[in-house]
Design a protein around this ligand. Structure first.
Ligand SMILES: Cc1cc2nc3c(=O)[nH]c(=O)nc-3n(C[C@H](O)[C@H](O)[C@H](O)COP(=O)(O)OP(=O)(O)OC[C@H]3O[C@@H](n4cnc5c(N)ncnc54)[C@H](O)[C@@H]3O)c2cc1C
Length: 539
């Protein structure tokens, strides 16, 4: 048994692990991939901190509150922005090789919705450098890692208000065996759920919201699941992200007639809608950074150039890049309090799988990496404190029941190819629950999602083996996506207004009188129930 079990080895999980260790806890980190391959390595643009001479913590707070469109929590945002300064200093200290200005200060660039150049960066490899530095430090601290362990369910003991988490069950991918890990506290850091949009997403294929779906099944409250950020500039065919840093550096957006048509640095929700409309009108939108010159591009944006060449066969030094808005970041997730604890005792959550109420209806670029550090520290410390006061666990293992469930999946009839259904789910969400939504399309999507859920026993897996059965894992991920798809659609239907990333064509106004609270979702007798709860800060 460990004191603190961290599930997920992205930026959030590793910061939480380091923090729990520093607070004196015995820590283990488990994930379905390898730490250096977690999605955090894809972050390019930077991490926000008001350290520039022309910036202030108050300006950072104001920008974040404004962007959250009334759904951000003022005290959580204050904490995020105030501690941002120390967070970047800490990353610098533990070895993140930030790019430097001529004066040798940490270099900063301006991202959309920011009133100053605030995003600290390491070329356009910011997430990768942060992730690798965190992993180095975890190894130095001798934190135990269990890699390629797939989370199946949480373990808990007690009933009602006494119920508390006491570990989790995993499938070890290499052997196919089930492994229970008992723990006094658990931190979920399993990332977001943007892959519900299939290939219309910038995210890693593993961003299937597993931890959120597992929490939902364990009776935990989720919140704001309707809010999904679309990034304005995904490459048109591959949906690979071209970072906001390209526009921050002076990149233009051109329509199908080669004309600029909008403010390139407005917040992502508004810009995505402007691009979507322009694509409908003039047939295409392009990102143009040719005027920045080859030297600048190779020095500041080397990854963007490589990605554009590799995935869209265009060289941004000489060509304009065809783009479209794509699903990028999920603002909703496991509802947590100021100490990062969920509605289940001893279960903490952090990073993209959690909702710390700092992004509200629209996240600012650079604030997610910052959230991982600020709230990762909080989650690690809280979980370690909690573990100090917990008696030993007495629950019996739930492995046999899970073994039976997995065996049952292997006996599903396989008449329907679930990969085709997964593709169809992505198309459905992009079309009906994407940048623009309306009741009719959402209701029809909900019906189709429920039909897919009923068809699951006609799907199933072809690979019956135990060892490295990725077919089975992808099926489990698809089941998780379908569970969250239902929660998202019900939440989108319940929020009968437009706010930030949630744009209802049939209800285009923001309605503070009825919808200034967060949606809270949970399973009640296997049905999704959504209600409106806590009200965010008004702005
Ligand atoms: C292309 C791209 C660029 C971005 N650029 C920026 C940027 O410049 N600035 C910024 O602030 N934000 C950026 N973001 C957002 C930011 O990178 C993410 O929100 C953040 O990295 C998420 O970190 P995380 O630790 O919560 O999750 P992740 O890094 O996604 O890690 C999740 C972990 O959970 C594990 N896991 C998941 N499911 C299971 C399971 N069933 N069992 C076991 N383990 C599991 C995974 O293996 C992984 O280790 C970007 C995102 C993308 C996709």
């Amino acid at each position: 048994m460990v004191d603190v079990l961290v599930i997920g080895s992205g930026g959030a999980g590793m910061v939480a692990a380091l923090s729990a260790k520093e607070s004196g806890a015995d820590v283990a980190v488990v994930s379905k991939s390898y730490p250096t391959r977690s999605q955090t390595c894809m972050a390019q643009g930077g991490i926000n901190a008001a350290i520039g001479e022309d910036d202030s913590v108050q300006a950072h707070i104001d920008d974040t509150l404004k962007s959250s469109q009334g759904l951000g929590d003022a005290s959580a945002i204050k904490k995020l922005c105030e501690e941002g300064v120390d967070a970047v200093a800490w990353l610098d200290k533990i070895g993140v090789p930030f790019s430097r200005s001529a004066e040798c200060k940490v270099a900063q660039r301006r991202l959309g919705g920011a009133s100053a150049s605030r995003a600290c960066y390491a070329q356009d490899y910011t997430g990768l450098k942060i992730l690798h530095s965190l992993y180095d430090n975890c190894l130095k601290e001798q934190i135990t890692f269990y890699n390629e362990y797939f989370l199946l369910e949480l373990l808990s003991e007690g009933e009602g208000d006494e119920k508390r988490v006491c570990g989790a069950i995993f499938k070890e991918i290499k052997s196919g065996e089930l492994k229970s890990i008992y723990a006094k506290s658990v931190i979920l850091a399993t990332g977001g759920y943007s892959r519900v949009y299939g290939h219309h997403s910038t995210n890693a294929t593993g961003s299937t919201g597993d931890g959120i779906a597992v929490a939902l099944r364990a009776g935990v409250v989720l919140s704001d699941m309707e809010f999904v950020q679309f990034h304005p500039t995904g490459l048109k065919n591959a949906s690979i992200l071209i970072s906001e840093s390209a526009r921050g550096a002076g990149g233009y957006l051109l329509n199908g007639h080669g004309e600029r048509f909008t403010d390139e640095l407005q917040p992502r929700d508004a810009l995505s809608r402007a691009i979507d409309e322009e694509i409908s009108k003039s047939g295409a939108v392009f990102l143009d950074i040719r005027h920045l010159g080859e030297n600048f591009i190779d020095h500041e944006l080397p990854q963007e150039r490589k990605l554009a060449k590799l995935y869209e066969n265009v060289d941004p030094v000489s060509d304009i890049m065809p783009i479209k808005p794509v699903a990028h970041y999920t603002m909703g997730g496991i509802a947590v309090d100021a100490r990062a604890e969920s509605s289940l005792r001893g279960l903490f959550a952090v990073g993209e799988c959690a909702n710390h109420n700092v992004h509200g209806a629209n996240r600012l670029g650079g604030n997610s990496l910052l959230e991982l550090v600020v709230f990762g520290k909080e989650a690690g410390d809280s979980a370690a404190q909690y573990a100090q006061n917990v008696a030993d666990i007495t629950t019996s293992s739930a492995e046999q029941a899970l073994k039976d469930t997995l065996e049952e999946i292997k006996s599903y009839t396989n008449e329907i190819d679930f990969y085709q259904k997964r593709e169809a789910l992505g198309e459905l969400f992009y079309k009906s629950a994407g940048i623009k939504r309306n009741e009719k399309a959402l209701l029809s999507a909900l019906e189709q999602v429920k039909a897919m859920q009923h068809e699951l026993p006609k799907m199933g897996v072809r690979d019956q083996s135990e060892v490295y059965n990725t077919n089975l894992l992808e099926f489990l991920e698809f089941q998780n996506l379908l569970a969250l798809a239902e929660v998202m659609l019900v939440s989108m239907l319940e929020r009968k207004e437009s706010r930030g990333a949630h744009a209802r064509e049939d209800m285009p106004q923001r309605d503070d009188q009825h919808y200034s609270g967060h949606t809270n979702a949970l399973l009640h007798h296997q049905n999704v129930r959504v209600s409106f709860g806590y009200k965010g800060a008004q702005s």
